[in-house]
Design a protein around this ligand. Structure first.
Ligand code: HEM
Length: 330
């Protein structure tokens, strides 16, 4: 973990926001977003998103097919993995069976050298907002009114004016409640580009498909579960050597897909050609302090793997996470 580097990024992010004129600050609302997230979780010294979670370690083993698509050394040989599963929201006591918050999966493929690559994914193929400005509006609409609760009329008006912000919730509502952190798919959501040794580029989205298959609970089964069951379920699964991992899948994009935003899937995305790039196997739980000492930075990508050029949400993530770690009391 590199707290010093994060502190530098955070300071730069804050300085650049604070020294800008008011009009430009609106265009770069990172600090305001993180502050509003922290207000919404009552200023607790925890992550204001994915506050509850479990750190773990594993290995990533690339598939032979990956070589044709990317020159990245992350897909060249097996690497160590440090990772964290989470339950969405800034509430560290959120129920593990809560259907309406997402499950998060952050991981670092770490070859000890130039292959270091990080992803921060959720169990939905789309995000709940498409831009930093929309994220700030979404959060502000949920700030407590005089009675200490969000005003339903304000939330409704925001949703009606920004209908795409309701789609991730609708997706989660249509699916079973995850009965295991390793029993659900996670998506990188953004458009990525793989670059191979000849310089050929391929637009992709990433999906982590559980090797255990989908493990879902009905709403009644989820309600009958204790507030905390996901970490024990994972621990028991590892002890029994039951499947606990994911195939990393590249969903193949085509011309025009790069124009989509984070609240949209590609046309016929679920029917697109898919290539397995590797397998991530979980080997053991890790003490949470190991993950809490740093961030997972989705912009940290090995050569041969590029983030989207035109997605304002993507570039906002590094400074947001860097500012957040400065506030969360590690
Ligand atoms: C597709 C877009 C995004 C996804 C899928 C996503 C997902 C996640 C997940 C899974 C976590 C938990 C991280 C962990 O376990 O360590 C997280 C944390 C967080 N997210 Fe995002 N996020 C997205 C975009 C953003 C944006 C645009 C911002 C703000 C501008 C943001 C702000 C935060 C903050 C402040 C945290 C807490 C970070 C920390 O303290 O380490 N996220 N996000």
């Amino acid at each position: 973990m590199r707290p010093t580097a994060y502190a530098v990024i955070a300071a730069a992010a804050m300085a650049s926001t604070l020294s800008l004129p008011a009009s430009a600050q609106t265009a770069q609302p990172t600090e305001a977003i993180v502050k509003t997230m922290q207000t919404l979780n009552g200023g607790q010294k925890v992550r204001p998103s994915g506050a509850k979670g479990q750190c773990f370690i594993g290995t990533f083993t690339p598939a032979a097919e990956a070589k044709a698509l990317t020159k990245s050394v992350a897909f060249d040989k097996p690497s160590k993995v440090l990772a964290r599963f989470s339950v969405g929201s800034g509430n560290p006591k959120v129920m593990d069976g809560n259907k309406m918050v997402n499950r998060g999966f952050s991981f670092r493929i770490d070859d000890g050298g130039k292959g270091q690559t990080e992803f921060v994914m959720v169990n939905a193929p789309i995000n709940f907002v498409k831009s930093p400005e929309q994220m700030l509006g979404f959060l502000k609409a949920r700030l407590p009114a005089a009675d200490g609760k969000p005003d339903p009329a304000v939330v409704k008006a925001f949703s009606e004016a920004n209908p795409e912000t309701t789609l991730q919730g609708k997706y989660l509502a249509s699916k079973p409640v995850p009965g295991s952190w390793v029993g659900v798919s996670y998506w990188g959501i953004h458009n990525y580009t793989l670059v191979n040794a000849s310089g050929a580029k391929q637009l992709v989205k990433f999906q982590m498909v559980p090797t255990a298959g989908e493990i879902g609970l009905t709403d009644d089964e989820a309600k009958a579960k204790p507030a905390e069951f996901l970490a024990d379920e994972l621990k028991g699964r590892i002890e029994k050597k039951a499947p606990a991992g994911f195939d990393m899948i590249a969903i193949m994009g085509k011309a025009g897909d790069e124009k989509t935003t984070a609240t949209e899937q590609w046309v016929d995305e679920d029917k697109r050609p898919r290539v397995k790039l590797g397998t991530l196997a979980i080997t053991a739980l890790e003490k949470n302090e190991t993950c809490d000492g740093g961030i997972f930075d989705p912009l940290n990508l090995a050569d041969g793997l590029e983030g989207p050029a035109n997605d304002p949400l993507f570039v906002e993530r590094r400074p947001a996470y860097a500012i957040s770690i400065g506030h969360r009391g590690n």
